[in-house]
Ligand binder design. Structure first.
Ligand code: 4AD
Ligand code: MG
Length: 432
């Protein structure tokens, strides 16, 4: 058996070099005694010239007749040719079809729904391959970031008896003779951990029964959360900026080619690394919107269109703090100096990608928490364990969650969040 090169390595070889590659047929055409077969592997694509006169009969028949997505092993000689993708092609001396593919159900220009129905096959596309590689680097960067900042990885339960981000988006699950819920956030359990480990992080599947169809919401997504004792709002917002910058830098450092494949210009993203990312208060955001002709009353959440309008003022992500207390989740404390505002923040990405991070300082006041939980219609008994955290040596603490898919969509410049995750789950899709 020859030693196989990855296609990216084969593309570095010189005229006349021996080479062997293996992969799947990406494109193919033939005429007479000649077949032009473009082969792909994980690392790239390469044209193979299969000539009847240079190949055993069976090999030439295979090269000529194999349909796209057939798996193949090729041996041959490198030939430099400017017209070939990557400037090199292989003149085959062996062409072995490992498995003849049936007619592939995906052809050019197919509807988004058809591609989603065939997601198990569409994963092979150059586009999704590039995105999944970027996703791999991005999640690796999140682990590296927290581990290098003294955070311990901590594993929350996925089955949780209560809500964290509002009861209306909970997924209910049968639990023996009872019911429980899929995790909406790992935060409440992380808060228990900071009294032992002080700094914890996690990246885990997160579930929200989001009933609206948008290009930013998934029913199952991955959230990367952190929680830290002795940290206030200011410190966590700075950490969130540092983390997202680090992620961006890691992706830019390793995925120039993949971003190019996706049609994403890395230059404006790279420029963001050297800029200050502003922090403004929600009240300031309302002023900016007013100046831009959009009037929002204090107390209203910023919707996608307002976030988009606001971000026209900025060329980097922006942190918005101090949203109105009354619309915020129960655990976000009122600012003692301005009680109608909460000590919380969102980070908003440029170009309409919207909220990529959400976080806050955590309320440590049992009475404030009970009142907010009652307002949300919750049974306090279910949260006694959480209130206990304030009864036995509480300390100021804060945390945030990064929407992994939202960050990927922004960095890759994708129209829809569905392409950031291998098998998307939304209100209208639970398979394949
Ligand atoms: O703003 P959220 O709801 O915050 C929390 O869940 C906090 N408990 C996190 C914390 O403080 N530890 O969600 C955090 C981020 C959002 O900013 C968004 O990027 C992403 O998670 N997100 C979603 N991403 C995809 N699909 C959805 N349905 C999402 N909902 C939230
Ligand atoms: Mg949020």
């Amino acid at each position: 058996m020859p030693a196989y090169d990855k296609i990216s390595q084969a593309l570095q070889k010189s005229e006349g070099d021996d080479v062997a590659i293996r992969g799947w047929i990406y494109r193919t055409r033939s005429s007479g005694g000649l077949a032009f077969v473009v082969v792909r592997d994980e690392s790239g694509i390469m044209q193979v010239i299969a000539e009847q006169s240079s190949l055993p009969d069976e090999d030439f028949e295979g090269a000529k007749n194999a349909l796209i997505e057939s798996s193949v092993q090729v041996e041959g000689i490198i030939h430099e040719d400017k017209r070939a993708p990557g400037g090199r092609e292989i003149h085959a001396t062996r062409f072995h079809v490992v498995d003849f593919a049936e007619d592939f159900p995906i052809t050019e220009d197919q509807s988004v729904e058809h591609l989603l129905d065939n997601r198990h096959l569409w994963l092979r596309s150059r586009k999704l391959t590039a995105i999944m590689k970027i996703r791999h680097t991005l999640t690796g960067a999140i682990h590296a970031f927290f581990r290098s900042h003294g955070f311990y990885e901590f594993h929350p339960p996925i089955l949780q008896p209560g809500q964290c981000e509002g009861g209306s988006t909970l997924f209910e699950v049968d639990y023996y003779d009872d019911v429980t819920y899929l995790s909406q956030s790992w935060q409440l359990y992380a808060e228990a951990a900071v009294f032992a480990l002080e700094r914890v992080y996690d990246m885990a599947p997160t579930f929200r029964a989001e009933k609206s169809k948008t290009s930013r919401h998934l029913s199952e997504f991955w959230m990367a959360e952190m929680e830290a004792a002795w940290m206030d709002l200011y410190k966590v917002t700075e950490m969130a900026k540092e983390e997202i910058k680090y992620i961006l830098q890691q992706v830019l450092a390793t995925h120039e080619k993949d971003l190019e494949e996706l049609g994403r210009d890395p230059a404006p993203l790279r420029a963001m690394l050297d800029k200050e990312w502003p922090t403004i208060k929600y009240r300031r955001a309302l002023e900016i919107l007013h100046e831009r002709g959009v009037d929002i009353e204090f107390g209203k959440d910023l919707r996608t269109i307002e976030e988009k309008e606001l971000m026209k003022e900025f060329d980097t992500p922006v942190v918005v703090t101090h949203y109105p207390k009354e619309t915020m989740a129960f655990y976000k404390p009122a600012d003692p100096e301005q009680p109608d505002e909460a000590l919380c923040f969102d980070m908003i990405a440029p170009e309409g990608y919207g909220e990529i991070v959400g976080g806050s300082q955590r309320s440590t006041d049992v009475d404030e928490l009970i009142e907010a939980l009652e307002q949300e219609g919750e049974d306090i008994e279910n949260y006694q364990w959480y209130l206990d955290l304030r009864r036995y040596g509480s300390v100021p603490h804060s945390g945030y969650g990064v929407g992994v898919e939202r960050v990927i969509a922004w960095i890759c410049g994708l129209d829809n969040i569905k392409d950031t995750i291998p098998f998307p789950r939304t209100v209208t899709r639970k398979g394949p």
